[in-house]
Design a protein around this ligand. Sequence first.
Ligand code: NAG
Ligand code: NAG
Ligand code: NAG
Ligand code: NAG
Ligand code: NAG
Ligand code: NAG
Ligand code: NAG
Ligand code: NAG
Ligand code: NAG
Ligand code: NAG
Ligand code: NAG
Ligand code: NAG
Length: 643
Amino acid sequence: MRSTHISFLTISASAVLAQNLSESYAPVYVDCPSDVTFTRPASDGLNADEETWLHNRKRVVAGALSKYLSNANLTEFDINSYISGLNNSNLAAVPAIGVAISGGGYASAIMGAGVIRALDGREEVSNAAGTGGLLQALSFFSGQSGGSWVVSSYTSAEYPMSDDLLDYWQPQINRFTAKINGTHEATTESIVLDIAAKAKAGFNVSVADFLGRLNGYEFIKGPRGGLNVTLSGVKNLPTFQNHQMPLPIIQFTKVTDKDQNQLGLLVPSMKSPTYEMTPYEFGTWMQPIESFADIEYLGTNLMNGQPANKSACVKGFDRLPWVIGASANAYEFWWLENHSNNTLGQFPKRSMGSGPQNKRTLSANKSRLAKRLESEFPAQQVEELGAPFEQYFGLDLEGYAYTRIPNPFRNESTAPQDYQLKLVDATEPASSLPLAGQLARNASFIIAWDDNSDAWPNGWENGTSMYQAYLYFKEHQIPFPIVPSPATFIARNYTIKPAFFGCEAHLTSTNDTRAPIVAWFGNAPYSSYSNMTFFQNVTPIPRVHDLWNNTFNQITQGSGSLDAEWPACLACAAIDRSLAKLDPPMQRTAQCQRCFDRYCWDGVSAPEYPGHVDVDSTLLLNSSVTYAEWYATIGKNLEGGGC
Ligand SMILES: *[C@@H]1O[C@H](CO)[C@@H](O)[C@H](O)[C@H]1NC(C)=O
Ligand SMILES: *[C@@H]1O[C@H](CO)[C@@H](O)[C@H](O)[C@H]1NC(C)=O
Ligand SMILES: *[C@@H]1O[C@H](CO)[C@@H](O)[C@H](O)[C@H]1NC(C)=O
Ligand SMILES: *[C@@H]1O[C@H](CO)[C@@H](O)[C@H](O)[C@H]1NC(C)=O
Ligand SMILES: *[C@@H]1O[C@H](CO)[C@@H](O)[C@H](O)[C@H]1NC(C)=O
Ligand SMILES: *[C@@H]1O[C@H](CO)[C@@H](O)[C@H](O)[C@H]1NC(C)=O
Ligand SMILES: *[C@@H]1O[C@H](CO)[C@@H](O)[C@H](O)[C@H]1NC(C)=O
Ligand SMILES: *[C@@H]1O[C@H](CO)[C@@H](O)[C@H](O)[C@H]1NC(C)=O
Ligand SMILES: *[C@@H]1O[C@H](CO)[C@@H](O)[C@H](O)[C@H]1NC(C)=O
Ligand SMILES: *[C@@H]1O[C@H](CO)[C@@H](O)[C@H](O)[C@H]1NC(C)=O
Ligand SMILES: *[C@@H]1O[C@H](CO)[C@@H](O)[C@H](O)[C@H]1NC(C)=O
Ligand SMILES: *[C@@H]1O[C@H](CO)[C@@H](O)[C@H](O)[C@H]1NC(C)=O
C-alpha cells in the first residue's frame, strides 16, 4: 500500500492570504432575503416546493413506467389500463420508487453506478435484459457515505450515460496523492488552502472538508473539483427543472453530548436521528428536533428560525463536495478503531459479533482476525488526515473529527454546546442503507443496494444492514418491513440472490401497507469477484467494467438466465403497492404471485447460528471458477489499490 504524506506540507500564511476569493471554497455572507422561510417544523409535511416538484415528477414517472413495464415482459397484465388508472388517480396512485445505495466507500460508489446503469432505459443491454427503464421511473435516489458520492455525481452531472460519467471520474487516479492533469488538478496543498479559506472566513472546518474536496475531484463535475457546485443549486439544473431525474437524498446522523463518550469522542446510538439533505432542505423527520432548514442558507446563524444578523446570511455552505465529504465522515470511528485495538468505535457493519463462540473463533484464528482488520481504515491514513487540522488550524481531535454546522434550529433554550450540530456518517450507529428519507416520503418500493462488506472475512454481505435498518426503524416507530436476522439471510441464500421484504401487510411492522416493499441486493459474485474493499481508491477502468458487468448480472439475474421471469418479478414488486390505490383496484397477477412466492421472505426465520458464518461463494454464473483461479487469471490483471 502506498502511503500518503499529508503532513509534510508547509504552507505559509501569505499563501493563504493570496488566494483569489472569487475562487474560494469559503461560504459567503449576503444580505438576508425577506421572502425565505429559513426553518419550519417537520409536522408541516413535505416542503411545499418539493411537494409540487414530486407531483410533476410523477407525471414523468407514469410515462416512463409504461415503457419500462412493456419491456419487463409481464404476462396477464394490462399495462394500458394500469397507466390510465394512474392518470385517472390524478397521479396519486403512481408508485413512489427509489434506489438506495449503501455506505461502502469506493466500492459502493462504483457498484452503485453499476446499479444505475443496469436500470437505465437508455442502455441497450439493460433494455434487452428487461430491467432498463426503471431508472427513468424513480422518484428518489438516496445515498449515505460512499453511496452519497454516486447519488451526487449523477445528480450534479444531470444523469449522463454511465460510461461518460466514468470518463469523468477517472477512478484510476489516486486522489490522496495526486497531482494530476487538467480539471482534476488538485494537491493536498491546494486542498488545505481551500479549507484554510473557509476557516479564515470564520467557519468550522473538519476532516469532512478534506474528504469532500478530495473526492469532489472524482465525483463532482465542474472546475476545481466541483468547487462551486451546491446542493441547493441542483434546483436550477434543466434536468431537475424538467422533472427528468429523481430527487436526490443524502443522509447523516448526529452526535450530542448526551451520547456515549469513548476516549473523548462521541459515539451515536440507535436512538440518534437521521438527518437528510436534499436540494430543498436540511433537517430531520425524527425527534426531538423534527425540523427543516432551507439548505441554500445553511451555515447562517439563526435564532428562533430568524437570522441573528439580517445582513449576514450565509450562502455556499452547501457545496456538494462538502456534502459528500460530510456524509462519509466517520473519522471518530476510524480513530477509535485504531486507538483501541478495534474494541471501540465498532460499526455494526464490522461488528465482531457478540457471542462468546464468535470471540473464541477469532482469537483461535489470527489470520482471520488479521483479514478482518484489513477492512478497517488504514491507521497511517487516519493520523495523516488529522495532522493538517492540528498543524494549520490549531484544532484538537474533538474539534476536527465531526462535521460541525451552525445549528439552524437554535432557540433561546438551546444550550451553548448545541449552538453547532455535529454530523457524522449515518452508518455509524445502525444500518448502512439510506432508507429514512425515502420512508418519510412514503416510498412504495425501494431497491436497497448493499455493498458495505459486513460479512467478514470475505467482504460480502450477510443481511446485517437490512436487519439493522429494521431494528432502527422499530426504535423510531417508522413503518418498515419485518426483516429477519442474518441467520435467515444465510440459510435462505439471500446472500447470493435478491430478496423482497414486506410483500404482504402482515410482513410489515405495522401490519398494513404503509411500509414499502424493499428489494435487497447484497453485493455477490455473479461473473466476477466483486468484493473490493471500501477504501480501494484506485481502480483501473477495466476493473470498473468488470464490476459493472457483475452488478449488471446481479440486477438482471444473468440477463434472465437464472430465472427467465426475473424482469417481470422485479416489475411486479415495483408496482405492487400501487395496484390497490387504483379505482377500481387491480389485482396482483398470477405471475406476480408466483414471483412473490420465489423472492419474498415469508416471515419464517431460520434458527440462529451458534457463531459466525463465513459468507463464501464461487461465481454464480460460472461456479467452476474459484477465487484463486479467477485471481490468477483475471483478478491480478485488474487489480487496483491505493490509499
Ligand atoms: C481570480 O479570479 C478571476 C475570476 O475567475 C480571474 O479572472 C483572475 O484571473 C483570478 N486571479 C488569480 C490571481 O488567480
Ligand atoms: C396518461 O396521461 C398522459 C399525459 O398526461 C398521456 O400521454 C397518456 O396517453 C395517458 N395514458 C393512458 C393509458 O391513458
Ligand atoms: C420477452 O418476451 C419475448 C417473447 O416471449 C422474448 O422474445 C423476449 O426476449 C423477452 N424479453 C425479456 C427481456 O425477457
Ligand atoms: C498527464 O498528461 C500527460 C500529457 O498529456 C500524460 O502523458 C499523462 O499520462 C497524464 N497523466 C495522468 C495521470 O493522466
Ligand atoms: C465560482 O463562481 C464564481 C462566482 O460566480 C466565479 O467567479 C468562479 O470562477 C467560479 N469558480 C469555479 C472554479 O468555477
Ligand atoms: C490487540 O488484539 C489482539 C487480538 O486479540 C491481541 O493479540 C493484541 O495483543 C492486542 N493488542 C493490544 C495492544 O492490546
Ligand atoms: C453477520 O455479520 C456481522 C457483522 O460483521 C457479524 O457480526 C455476524 O457474526 C454475522 N452473522 C453471522 C450469522 O455470521
Ligand atoms: C467553531 O467555530 C466557532 C466560530 O468561529 C468557534 O467559536 C468555535 O471555537 C469553533 N469550534 C471548534 C470546535 O473549532
Ligand atoms: C442455497 O444454495 C445452495 C448452493 O447453491 C443450495 O445447495 C441450497 O439448496 C440453497 N438453499 C436454499 C434454501 O435455497
Ligand atoms: C393483521 O391484520 C389482519 C387484518 O386486519 C388481522 O386479521 C391480523 O390479526 C393482524 N395481525 C396482527 C399480528 O395484528
Ligand atoms: C462485460 O460484458 C460484456 C457483455 O457480456 C462483454 O462484452 C465485456 O467484455 C464485459 N467486460 C468485462 C470487463 O468483463
Ligand atoms: C473475495 O471472496 C472470495 C470468495 O468468498 C474469497 O475467497 C476472497 O478471499 C475474498 N477476497 C477478499 C479480498 O476479501
